[in-house]
Design a protein around this ligand. Structure first.
Ligand code: ZN
Length: 186
């Protein structure tokens, strides 16, 4: 078990839909541990397996009111929306106003293959949507309003980290301050 390298935007794994977990074995339990350790080390409020280069439908989260993991998730979203800022560990230092459903009911499995249903609103609902998007190859800037997205793309092009992945043949480990994203990095 160890802290893994976090893949950054530009890495193809982040644009690839992840495969469902079929075998609930020790390897899967180790993946959940690696995800959890990497998320806590970053630190982040959530992390999806593709962010550490594993294209499987697994994510973890850790916010004040709730922590856990979910495998092969599906979401039911409220029509009611919420406003709020959001960041991502794969976009170091960047936070944008990101519209999300206010409430989400997440269904999936735990690492032992037992079905679980978790209901969340506000930040927890936001985390579930952000991480489930990662499992579908979608990143949070895809959810921004048009004008905000233009700003984000410009910020990304001007960031120190963007382009390093392809130039170096691997993704660098970027340490971000816990204060930069105010616990909003997912
Ligand atoms: Zn993210």
């Amino acid at each position: 078990m160890s802290v893994q390298e976090i893949r950054l935007f530009g890495d193809p794994v982040l644009a690839t839909p992840a495969s469902p977990v079929i075998t609930f074995d020790k390897e899967l339990r180790n993946l959940v541990k690696d995800l959890t350790e990497t998320m806590l080390d970053a630190p982040g409020a959530g992390l999806a397996a593709p962010q550490i280069g594993v294209s499987l439908q697994v994510f973890v989260w850790n916010i004040e009111e709730s922590d856990g993991h979910l495998i092969n998730p599906t979401l039911n979203l409220s029509a009611e929306m919420q406003d709020g800022e959001e960041g991502c560990l794969s976009f170091p230092g960047l936070v944008y106003e990101t519209p999300r459903a206010f409430r989400a009911v997440a269904k999936g499995f735990n690492m032992h293959g037992e079905p679980v249903t978790i209901e969340g609103s506000e930040l927890l609902a936001r985390v579930f949507q952000h991480e489930t998007d990662h499992l579908n190859g979608i990143v949070f800037i895809d959810r921004l309003l048009v004008e905000e997205r233009k700003i984000a793309m410009s910020d990304i092009r001007n960031s120190e980290w963007f382009g390093n992945a392809s130039a170096m043949g691997h993704t660098p480990i970027v340490r971000i301050s816990p204060h930069q994203t105010n616990g909003l990095a997912l």
